[in-house]
Design a protein around this ligand. Structure first.
Ligand code: SF4
Ligand code: SF4
Length: 111
């Protein structure tokens, strides 16, 4: 009981004090809609898709299959990839019917 009171007092003194484990939200639950925008899956990427727009036929198969909705589209045409959310899974490259997406090692861009 005393420990609980001490914690409350600590928090009152220091509002930036770390939360105790009992105060943390339960994992794997979506507590508010739209929160996925705050989670930039692009941080995981080890390969980056590069699209050859000379060959792209704008069929949108990559857009339909991308698990992170990272394909950017304008006026019904693919215009790029949102690298904040592209995690480099390679599904788009695999599904592209004309094979105009190459997966390139991310390290090539981070030298
Ligand atoms: S799947 Fe390939 S051809 Fe179709 S829009 Fe995507 S990049 Fe272009
Ligand atoms: S590599 Fe994966 S996450 Fe990135 S654009 Fe292609 S399908 Fe989407």
């Amino acid at each position: 009981m005393k420990l609980k009171q001490d914690k409350k007092q600590d928090k009152a003194k220091n509002p930036n004090a770390k939360k105790g484990w009992k105060e943390l939200p339960i994992g794997t639950l979506v507590l508010e809609p739209g929160s996925s925008l705050n989670y930039k899956t692009g941080d995981w990427r080890t390969f980056r898709p590069e699209t050859d727009f000379k060959k792209c036929i704008h069929c949108m198969i990559c857009w339909i299959n991308c698990p992170d909705s990272a394909i950017t589209v304008k006026d019904g045409k693919k215009i790029g990839t949102n690298l904040d959310y592209c995690k480099g899974c390679g599904v788009c490259a695999d599904e592209c019917p004309v094979k105009c997406i190459q997966m390139v090692e991310e390290s090539k861009y981070r030298k």
